[in-house]
Design a protein around this ligand. Sequence first.
Ligand code: 4AD
Ligand code: MG
Length: 466
Amino acid sequence: MQYESARVKDMYRKPETLLGKSVEVKGWIRGNRDQKDVAFLALNDGTFYSNMQVVAKQASLANFDEIKRLSLGSSVTVRGVMQASEGKGQAHDIEAHEIIVEGFADLTNPIQNKRMTMEFLREIPHMRVRTNTFMAVFRVRSLLAHAIHTFFQDRDFVYVHTPIITSADAEGAGELFRVTTLEPNDYKTDAEGNVLWDRELLGTRGYLTVSGQLNVEPFCPAFRNVYTFGPTFRAENSNTGRHANEFWMIEPEISFGDLEADKALAEDMIKYIFNYVLERAPEEMAFFNEWVDKGLLDRLRNVLDNDFAHITYTEAIEILKKSGKTFDYAPEWGINLQTEHERYLAEDYCKRPVFVTDYPKEIKAFYMRLNEDGKTVRAMDLLVPGIGEIIGGSQREERLDNLLAMMAAHGLDPATYEGYLDLRRFGTFPHAGFGLGFERAVMYLTGMKNIRDVIPYPRTPNNVIF
Ligand code: 4AD
Ligand code: MG
């Protein structure tokens, strides 16, 4: 008999095209309920959130004993007919004519149909992806990445592959992973004790990038609007649910744009990419709403349907002081906003995403444009309920003298930033940009509470598995 290769996704989304047909599906066993002479297999072929039920009858299958023993994770080829299901719980199923066992899963498989804690699953990142939760998370993550490219490409932004190995600290915060080819006992020094870095393979010491911003900005004068989207690395010892040492960042940069344009772009982007996923992964989003974060869909609707709020840093400090709340860290003008402050502003005060702008220059990066007051810079952070900061950005300092002064104030050596300074020397222009933490966006969209559970292989302090 001729069997048509079929996908479970089409069986759910376009059943009429396959109903009554002889189909072949290859996939993995997610459940096996066997009765005396019939087994009901839950088959997932990776194309869709839901499983397809396979009805395997002793009467029609020579290897029925083998089928009864199929355990979770086993891989199979199923040939049979797609039909209206007689049972409850599913509209359709496949009546099997033939089931070929491709590979049995050992019964010691750590992934079983029982409650497993997130902590347990983090220990086996290569296996946890076979669970409903992680299948949903990583499909949404994939769609969200595509949404980002679609958003920017549709608006004629040029995608720039900024380097992973860099020569300078883009944020000037000193949270760098070093890249070296020298063995620890092979560092040679000159007479004054300075390490001879020219002995490095790259001729100098390198660092893993903390941000693509300084490398993407120079592409503005060629392409006007540009973006980079790639992995970034920060050697910060933060043990929280929202910091990772390796994470992905989206960084657009717009020529002739000011902070207002920057905020507008960020708001449009968030709404577009969330809507994109809501439309394309309704099953996954319903799963999160039911099992991970009740009320998630209502909250996302609220994000899509309303304008984001806008306050200045100075206003934010006043709001925090008047809140009547006791914070672990007292709000005073000049402090860095802590997560507790960010969450109060977004969750309790604004009850929606809020842009906070114009921070004191001392607590922000050296490249942000100085305001008239000489005290604050044209910075913006987007804070959201449940997480805090998901975007950090600014209008850039396009005036060479100001930039040099700011670098001096931050204790940075201008020699390391020559290329960045050239941008101000050869046809400077106003521009702005921001960085969206990709994992934080996935957390916000899915309701997942820990950054370790939205990145396939999390890298956090004392933790590199696989
Ligand atoms: O605020 P940040 O440090 O800004 C920059 O790196 C700028 N160069 C961006 C730009 O203007 N082009 O980081 C941007 C975002 C943060 O808002 C946060 O969402 C995320 O990156 N982020 C992290 N995400 C996970 N783990 C960490 N350790 C993160 N540090 C920053
Ligand atoms: Mg920031």
